[in-house]
Design a protein around this ligand. Structure first.
Ligand code: G6P
Ligand code: MG
Length: 220
């Protein structure tokens, strides 16, 4: 009885979580915060300014920069990120995603995008995937970011579906929390120990198929 699927973008559809992370790594080097795997994971799904705050907080630097300097750091990061996005092609779609989107379309599922990124439309354009999504949540219109349920709840509303009729797909802990809080069934992509709050976890996007999802529900 699932009728809609709501996707995160970075790290689920495209390899852009790598590009965000490389661009933030540069910022961390600039301000003198040590770049670690755990910091990189914490930034996933988090908005631009909140990500910057986390990088500054990691070395107790948040009060060393005024608002204007923070805006500049975030602006430079975005410029760097967008330069990387301009080089993207269809090859940057994660494995199996395009055929999964195609099978969802063939089976008349409603498809929505719930990304915190202000650059998501550009990424979909560069990868040629825009036409799959009838609904894209505008993150600038939200009052709260992930892990708040607002973004996934808004996506379900745009699809005109009750949350129980939707699936949400995420690679970030904050994203899984947002999906769960919206009363939507959550699918995690990545490490099941990190994403242990998800309804199902697939290790990678290649395993994300309608038949694998169905067989999970059949087993129940
Ligand atoms: C997504 C990504 C984050 C990124 C955020 C804001 O949630 O997972 O890594 O920081 O979007 O992206 P933006 O493109 O608006 O800076
Ligand atoms: Mg993500």
């Amino acid at each position: 009885n699932i009728k809609g699927v709501i996707f995160d973008l970075d790290g689920v559809i495209s390899n852009t979580s790598r590009l965000h992370s490389d661009a933030w790594h540069q910022v961390a080097d600039k301000v003198g915060t040590e770049w670690t795997e755990s910091l990189s994971n914490k930034l996933k799904g988090v908005s631009r300014m909140e990500s910057l705050e986390l990088i500054l907080q990691a070395s107790s630097l948040e009060s060393h920069y005024n608002d204007q300097q923070k805006q500049e750091l975030a602006h430079d990061k975005n410029k760097d990120y967008l330069r990387r996005v301009e080089n993207m092609t269809k090859n940057d779609i994660l494995p199996g995603i395009e055929s999964f989107l195609e099978s969802l379309k063939q089976n008349h599922y409603g498809l929505a995008l719930a990304s915190a990124s202000k650059n998501s439309a550009r990424v979909l354009e560069k990868t040629g995937l825009s036409h799959y999504f009838s609904e894209i949540v505008d993150p600038t219109k939200l009052s709260k970011g992930k892990p708040d349920p607002e973004i996934f709840a808004t996506a379900a509303k745009l699809l005109r579906l009750a949350p129980e009729k939707c699936l949400g797909i995420e690679d970030a802990v904050m994203g899984i929390r947002s999906i769960n809080a919206a009363n939507i069934f959550s699918i995690g992509i990545g490490d099941k120990n990190i994403l242990n709050e998800a309804g199902i976890v697939f290790e990678n996007t290649e395993l994300l198929t309608l038949s694998n999802i169905r067989s999970h529900f059949d087993k129940k």
